[in-house]
Design a protein around this ligand. Sequence first.
Ligand code: SF4
Length: 115
Amino acid sequence: MARDLTCIICPRGCALHIDGELNVTGNACPRGAAYAKQEVTDPRRTLTSTVKCRGKLFRVCPVKTALPIPKDKVSPAMDEVNAVEILPPVHIGDVVIKNIAGTGIDLVATRDIEE
Ligand code: SF4
């Protein structure tokens, strides 16, 4: 099925068109074609959020998925994010939830919290 999309890879925001055979037009560079094909065949999003933290100064810790996860896994992933609570110390890149929502991708901390 043909679709019109706006490329979100860079600020230029090219207006893309992809047909049912995955031919892409409107892209000013190859990254736009790759984005359109990915968006039509396997849409993914990087999940960014916060988890509860039992720190002295910080009650939440920012987190993100190490890679984009399938769009239909964002909601179950958020259920896991909302259910978890961590204890400091935590460091940038520490795995907070392994294999979130069965995606094979980890949720990692994006801030250092020492105590
Ligand atoms: S197609 Fe290329 S130039 Fe156009 S918005 Fe996407 S990344 Fe930027």
